[in-house]
Write a protein that binds this ligand. Structure first.
Ligand code: ZN
Length: 330
């Protein structure tokens, strides 16, 4: 049975969409590869940022639910998204982020990697991680970015979760999704999608996407709650529909309750709660973001899935205007 192959995308809840766009496209220099709406709540944007080609594994997406309260950190939630940047680029990033007034945490070393923690404009915890492994992965630099290609974000690196009961989630990650425990450091348990020994001193021997989950067991804190600045769900890659169905069966056999396959148009999705309550998704690699827009023009216009096209004018009237500032060049 094949395991998931890495991170596909991570979706978070943002505040005002213009501020979200200004930060992720303007400051972090990602490409807005799709401007769409939440398919279950079409009055809200769904903004997708990725590399120039919108590859799975590079994609960070947002629902700007500005009416929500700030999130409440707690167990059963993912509390941080880690983005891979090339080795020796954190000095560049801390200069750039300070220039834009971004709130930075002190630099850290985690599991031997150099990490710069920061808060996005709406309180989402983001960590930039220098990663040799990510440099080896397929990546297309975005020429419209204000960030030089040598420093651009290479994609998703991992995510951090708080869980009330480590054992239940560990079992599920091991037996169903194919992770194994790498190491424990400072209270964080790191799980990876490859044999741990392949990590040591390896260059590019890993999976084609970020494949880390760090978990802290927090038995005494309250359940976390979604809100502005929280991660909504974590999507894992599957190769195709058959792979997705196979894993869906295994998830069901493990006592979880996966949804039916949902057509998200750019990929097919299955959602489920892992045993600790974090919302996970299985997302297929294809068909991808170029299925309904030409690659050079991804993200330039509002794209609706076909079943919402007849309501386009009503949907557009509800959405706040969004000015796509190509980049902050300075
Ligand atoms: Zn998703």
């Amino acid at each position: 049975m094949r395991s998931v192959t890495g991170l596909h995308h991570i979706t978070a809840i943002a505040g005002p969409p213009q501020e979200n766009l200004d930060f992720y496209a303007g400051v972090l220099g990602l490409r807005l590869v799709k401007k769409s709406v939440n398919q279950d709540d079409p009055g809200t944007y769904h903004l997708f940022y990725a590399d120039a080609e919108g590859r799975p594994g590079t994609d960070l997406t947002f629902f700007p639910w500005t009416h929500l309260a700030p999130s409440r950190e707690g167990h059963g939630l993912s509390v941080e998204v880690a983005l891979a940047v090339p080795p020796d680029s954190l000095a560049y990033w801390s200069d750039r982020l300070e220039r834009y007034g971004i709130r930075l945490g002190p630099a850290e070393t985690r599991f031997g990697e150099h990490v710069l923690p920061l808060l996005d404009p709406h309180g989402l915890k983001v960590a930039l991680v220098e990663s040799e492994d990510a440099v080896e992965r397929p990546f297309s630099p975005w020429e419209g970015s204000a960030v030089p290609a040598a420093h651009q974000v290479r994609g998703l690196h991992g995510a951090r979760l708080w869980e009330r009961d480590l054992a239940a989630t560990t079992r599920f990650l091991n037996d169903v999704l194919g992770f194994s425990l790498y190491r424990t450091e400072n209270g964080w348990h790191r799980y990876v999608l490859q044999r741990p020994e392949a990590l040591e001193g390896s260059k590019g021997a890993g999976t084609p996407s970020g494949a880390f989950v760090d978990i802290r067991e927090t038995p005494t804190v309250a359940r976390g709650a979604w809100g502005v600045g929280s991660i909504h769900h974590i999507a894992w890659r599957v190769d195709d529909e058959q792979h997705q169905l196979d894993l869906r069966s295994r998830i069901e056999a493990a006592g979880r309750r996966p949804t039916a396959v949902i057509d998200r148009f750019w990929f097919h999705s299955v959602y489920f709660l892992e045993p600790g309550g974090v919302l996970f998704e299985l997302a297929t690699d294809g068909p991808g973001f170029a299925v309904d827009e030409d690659l050079p023009h991804l993200g330039e216009t509002l794209v609706l899935p076909p079943w919402l096209e007849s309501a386009r004018s009503a949907i557009e009237a509800k959405l706040p205007p969004l000015e796509h500032v190509e980049s902050h060049r300075s």
